[in-house]
Design a binder for this molecule. Structure first.
Ligand code: ATP
Length: 507
C-alpha cells in the first residue's frame, strides 16, 4: 500500500510532524527531524511509557509492586564495553559491494534473476522486495537474451546461495558490467568516532547502538546507591545509532533513533513467569495507547531465530505493527527477550571484576548473576505506528483526512476559537487559552473561517475544538466540537478546564 504511506509522509511534512534531516541541503539518508507536532507526539509517547511502566502501578507475577528506577547514560561509552557486549565482534551484516556503481547491499537482501532452463552466462541482481529493481533486472535479462520472457520462465535465487563462478557472471542492480559484485563481507553497524585530539586507533570510540549496555555497566552502581532488590528493573530512554546499510521506510529504519529500554533483573529460577508477565504487559501497553486491533500482534520467535544467549532461555518475542509498507506483513516495535545472565557475566569478565560482581541476595543468603528480561522498544517506530494508525481519510471533510490520535497521545489537546473577531469573543477565547495552557498543549486561533480552523485541527489530530460564539456572550457556554464524529455539545466556559482534564485523562 505505498500510496497510503506517501500520503502519510506528505502530511507529516506539511503539518510539521517529521522532516527530513538537513532538508535544505538535500537531506541525509536515514536521519529525520521532528517538527512541532511530531515533537509533542513523540514526547507524549515517551512520557506515557515512563509514567505507566517505570513509575507505574504495575503488580508483578509475585503479587508485589514492580520496582523500576531510571538511569541516563552517555552515548559514548568505554570501547571495551562493546567488546564485552559482543557488538564489536558480531554486530554486523554481511555486505556486498559493487565495484562499478560503488553501491553497497546487504547480502541477504540480494536476489539473482535468470531464465529457467537456460545455461546462464549472465545473471541479474536486484534487491528483494524492490519491485522496480526486479522489473529493471527483468528488462536487462530480456535485452541480453534478445527475447521477452513469461513470468514462468523466470528463475530467482538468493545471492548468498551462489559460489564464485556465478558471482563472476552476476550483474549488480545498478551496474552494466558482469562480475563487479564482491564476495559478502562483514560490515560493522556501529558508528566510529574519535575521542581526544589524536587520530590514533587507541582513541577510537563508538556511538552506542543500544541503550541497554549503559544499564548493564551501571548495575552495581545502582544496587549500591539505591534500595533496589531483585526483582527490580533499570530503565533508560535515549538515542541509539546504527549505520544501517539500507535505511528505509521513513523513520522505521533510521541511522539515529531513540529507544525505551528496561533491563529487569530477576532470580534465575523465576525467568519463565517474569518473561510471560512482561510479554503480556508490554502487549497490553501498546494497546492502551491506541494500537488496539488487528494491526498489532505478538510473535514468539522460532528457536532457530534466537541469538546465542537466548537459545536456552524462557523465550524471545516481538510486538509488531502492520505498517502500510509491511502490509500484509508486520514490522517490529519492541522486542521482549530473556537474556539470561549473559550481559552481566560478560561485563564482569571483561572489566576484571569477575565473580565479585555477583549480586548478593540477602533473603536467600546467596550470590548469583541475576537473569534479565529485556523489553526493548523504539520510540520512533512507536511514533510512526501512532501516525499510521491515526491516519483516517474522510472525503466528507474539508481536510479530506483526519488524524485519530487518542486524546492522551494527541500533540494538541484542544483548539480555542472565537467564532468571529468581535463582540468580545477574542478576549474570552484568549483568557480561556491562557488558563488552559498552564496544564495542556492547547492552541488559540482567531484567523480564517471556522471551517478552515476545524480542518487544520483535524489534520493535526486535535480531539476537541472549543468555540466562543454569540451564545457564549449570553449564557457563558461554549461549543465543544469532537474530532471523530464532529458531534457538538455545549459546556460552561468556567468549567472548560475541568472538562478538558477529564476528557484527556479519561482516554
Ligand atoms: P530490526 O530487526 O528491525 O533491525 P532489531 O531486532 O535489530 O530490529 P533491537 O536491537 O531489538 O532491534 O532494538 C530494539 C528496538 O529498537 C526495536 O524494536 C526498534 O523499535 C528499535 N530500532 C532498532 N533499530 C532501529 C532503526 N534502525 N531505526 C529505528 N528504530 C530501530
Amino acid at each position: 500500500m505505498p500510496g497510503k504511506m506517501d500520503d502519510i509522509v506528505a502530511l507529516c511534512r506539511r503539518r510539521g510532524f517529521i522532516f527530513q534531516s538537513s532538508e535544505i541541503y538535500g537531506g541525509i539518508n536515514g536521519f529525520w527531524d521532528y517538527g512541532p507536532l511530531g515533537t509533542e507526539l513523540k514526547r507524549n509517547l515517551k512520557n506515557a511509557w515512563w509514567k505507566d511502566v517505570v513509575q507505574g502501578e504495575l503488580i508483578g507475577p509475585d503479587g508485589n509492586p514492580v520496582d523500576i528506577v531510571g538511569v541516563d547514560c552517555t552515548i559514548i561509552m568505554h570501547p571495551r564495553a562493546w567488546v564485552a557486549s559482543g557488538h564489536v565482534g558480531g554486530f554486523s551484516d554481511p555486505m556486498v559491494d559493487c565495484r562499478e556503481s560503488k553501491a553497497r547491499y546487504r547480502a541477504d537482501h540480494l536476489m539473482l534473476l535468470g531464465a529457467r532452463g537456460e545455461a546462464a552466462s549472465q545473471l541479474f541482481a536486484f534487491v528483494s522486495g524492490d519491485d522496480k529493481g526486479l522489473a529493471t533486472a527483468r528488462k536487462k535479462l530480456e535485452k541480453y537474451l534478445k527475447r521477452s520472457l513469461a513470468d514462468g520462465d523466470l528463475e530467482m535465487r538468493p545471492f548468498t546461495a551462489i559460489g564464485a563462478d556465478e558471482r563472476a557472471i552476476a550483474v549488480g542492480p545498478d551496474a552494466t558490467e558482469k562480475g563487479t559484485l564482491t564476495e559478502p563481507r562483514q560490515f560493522n553497524l556501529m558508528f566510529k568516532t574519535l575521542v581526544g585530539a589524536v587520530e590514533d586507533p587507541s582513541n577510537y570510540a563508538y556511538l552506542r547502538p543500544e541503550t541497554a549496555q549503559g544499564i548493564f555497566v551501571n548495575f552495581q552502581n545502582v544496587v549500591d546507591s539505591s534500595r533496589v532488590r531483585v526483582p527490580f528493573g533499570i530503565a533508560q530512554v535515549g538515542k541509539a545509532f546504527r549505520n544501517e546499510v539500507t535505511p528505509r521506510n521513513f523513520t522505521f529504519r533510521s541511522r539515529e533513533f531513540e529507544q525505551m529500554e528496561i533491563e529487569f533483573f530477576i532470580r534465575p529460577d523465576s525467568a519463565n513467569e517474569w518473561y510471560a508477565w512482561w510479554r503480556a504487559e508490554r502487549y497490553r501497553w501498546w494497546q492502551s495507547i491506541g494500537l488496539a486491533g488487528a494491526n498489532l500482534r505478538l510473535r514468539e520467535h522460532d528457536r532457530d531465530e534466537l541469538a546465542h544467549y537466548a537459545k536456552a532461555g524462557a523465550g524471545v518475542c516481538d510486538i509488531e505493527y502492520k505498517f502500510p509498507f509491511t502490509d500484509p506483513d508486520f514490522g517490529e516495535l519492541e522486542g521482549v527477550a530473556h537474556r539470561a545472565d549473559f550481559d552481566l557475566r560478560q561485563h564482569a569478565e571483561h572489566s576484571g571484576k569477575g565473580e565479585k560482581a555477583r549480586y548478593f541476595d540477602q533473603e536467600r543468603n546467596e550470590r548469583y548473576f541475576p537473569h534479565v528480561i529485556e523489553p526493548s522498544a523504539g520510540a520512533d517506530r512507536g511514533t510512526l505506528a501512532l501516525l499510521c494508525e491515526a491516519y483516517t481519510p474522510d472525503e466528507s471533510r474539508a481536510s479530506k483526512v483526519f488524524m485519530k490520535f487518542s486524546p492522551r497521545m494527541a500533540p494538541i489537546k484542544a483548539g480555542i476559537f472565537p467564532l468571529v473577531n468581535k463582540d468580545g469573543m477574542p478576549e474570552i477565547g484568549e483568557r480561556l487559552w491562557r488558563e488552559l495552557r498552564t496544564s495542556h498543549a492547547v492552541e488559540f486561533d482567531e484567523k480564517q473561517s471556522i471551517g478552515k480552523r476545524y480542518a487544520r485541527m483535524d489534520e493535526a489530530g486535535t480531539p476537541f475544538c472549543l468555540t466562543i460564539d454569540s451564545q457564549t456572550l449570553q449564557d457563558g457556554t461554549l461549543t465543544v466540537r469532537h474530532r471523530d464524529d464532529q458531534r457538538q455539545e455545549r459546556i460552561a466556559v468556567d468549567r472548560a478546564s475541568e472538562w478538558l482534564n477529564t476528557a484527556v485523562s479519561g482516554a
